[in-house]
Design a binder for this molecule. Structure first.
Ligand code: AHG
Ligand code: MN
Ligand code: MN
Ligand code: MN
Length: 321
């Protein structure tokens, strides 16, 4: 099976980017190991602190963030990082050529039930003029990313990665510690009969989302004239992995719970990297109001509504708005 390095070279990735990706993945392998130790290593449960998102941090949120922060700060390739678990941008090497944004542990409510979790990241060039702790360079649309990916800590540890030449899926071979290519150029099926949304928020959704979902639920007897299945992993990384593998539509729409926060998911750490991966696999990623990757961020922790998945189904959903 083909190794990660060899696929990245075939895709024309510059050597420094390859080395940076290998650095991120070294951190992810350490997270994968800590996650797999679970209660034996005392890494489950919550801390007493809250992050800038207003969420109680799990121990694994803090550990994963520290692992990635340390390895990226020491690498030399990175000028600055932004993370879901850091209040502000963290300056690294003034001569670093790249910026990295990451969700160190996605799906942290799943940690204590031994269910799917992952790490999501994206990489852009660092402008020459930038001071290492200047957040403004992170405020560029997702279209500027040079790479994005996630590592899924599931029954096997898998990597989905794009450098803009398709999305490839790799599996970690724990016998030698390398990621091997297991699906090249994955394609999201254009049509689907599976959707993914947290239906407990239904009463807070906007009317057009209510209408769309009720038409899906009406099944064969309704206007869509087919039955739809529903899945919700509670970790975007798990839901998007399923969408990449077999299609579907994943939604976290804006709702009326917190009017000042448009949706739950974070543009830099979740929406943009997943949008890049899914678009490179032939799917669509929209806020309901335009392409996710074209949103101009105004804040590193900005949230956006998310509709991601099979092209035909995202288009149908957009027709309701
Ligand atoms: P995180 O664990 O990084 O804070 O992200 C959780 C996100 C995302 O992974 C998932 O799709 C969503 O929150 C789940 O939300 P609900 O709690 O509403 O199910
Ligand atoms: Mn969180
Ligand atoms: Mn997350
Ligand atoms: Mn997280």
């Amino acid at each position: 099976m083909k190794r990660l390095n060899s696929q990245l070279q075939d895709d024309g990735a510059p050597m420094e980017l390859i080395l940076l990706l290998r650095t991120i993945l070294a951190g992810c392998k350490e997270i994968s190991f800590r996650v797999s130790q679970g209660a034996l290593a005392g890494v489950l449960g919550s801390t007493l602190s809250e992050n800038v998102q207003g969420e109680t941090q799990k121990k694994l949120d803090v550990i994963s963030n520290q692992i990635l922060k340390d390895i990226l700060s020491e690498s030399g390739y990175v000028k600055a990082i932004s993370s879901e678990e850091e209040d502000d941008v963290v300056g690294c090497n003034p001569n670093g050529n790249y910026l990295v944004s990451f969700d160190p542990l996605d799906g942290s409510s799943n940690t204590d039930i031994n269910s799917l979790i992952g790490t999501i990241f994206s990489i852009t060039h660092a402008p020459q003029w930038m001071e290492p702790d200047d957040p403004s360079a992170f405020l560029q649309p997702g279209t500027q990313a040079v790479a994005a990916g996630y590592v899924l800590y599931g029954p096997s540890t898998m990597l989905a990665l794009t450098t803009g030449k398709g999305t490839h899926i790799y599996t970690l071979d724990k016998t030698h510690g390398g990621f091997l290519l297991t699906t090249a150029n994955i394609k999201v099926p254009e049509q689907t009969s599976e959707f993914s949304i947290n239906a407990s928020n239904q009463r807070h959704w906007q009317p057009h989302i209510q209408n769309y979902i009720s038409d899906l639920l009406a099944g064969k007897e309704g206007p869509r004239e087919k039955n739809f299945n529903m899945r919700w992993v509670a970790a975007m990384v798990g839901d998007i992995h399923r969408v990449l593998c077999r299609g579907g539509i994943f939604m976290y729409p804006q709702d009326a719970r917190e009017p000042d926060k448009p949706g739950k998911l974070r543009l830099l750490y979740e929406a943009n990297p997943m949008a890049f991966l899914v678009e490179q696999a032939g799917g669509l990623a929209n806020t309901g109001d335009g392409r996710i990757m074209e949103v101009m961020p105004t804040d590193i922790h900005q949230r956006v509504p998310v509709l991601i998945g099979s092209k035909g189904e995202v288009e149908t959903c957009l027709e309701y708005s």
